[in-house]
Design a protein around this ligand. Sequence first.
Ligand code: HEC
Length: 112
Amino acid sequence: MERKIVKNNLTILFILFLVIGLSGCVTSVPPAKTPGPAKEPPKELATSTVDAKSLFEEKCSICHSSERPKSKRKTYDEWEATVTRMKDVNGCPITDEEAKIIIDYLAKHYGK
Ligand code: HEC
């Protein structure tokens, strides 16, 4: 008698694991796939112009007003030198990647 009950319990447990495992697979795969490729490309397009401006306004107005760079007209190389100096010499807290985004933005909008 006792043995039978133990066996039955194990069978039920086994089936439970199977059901949970299978339903886990079925429900977790499609939601992970659909939002990804559908949303990412437009997001990237929208942020590439918006983010450069807000990044510049945010990071380049910490020590002086952002009017300081905005009042200048420089070539790409000159902006690269200025932003690199702000970063490496004056201590502007930006990464190399952010510096590049800001240099591109400045050269495009405040170039000469
Ligand atoms: C940590 C403080 C700090 C931050 C942040 C900072 N600057 Fe400056 N900036 C300075 C100082 C100090 C000077 C004056 C000395 C100099 O020119 O290096 C200056 C001067 C300038 C000048 C005038 C001199 C020139 O070369 O034309 C420009 C333009 C400029 N900064 C642009 C920027 C830009 C663009 C950013 C954002 C990437 C930025 N700054 C962020 C400290 C900072």
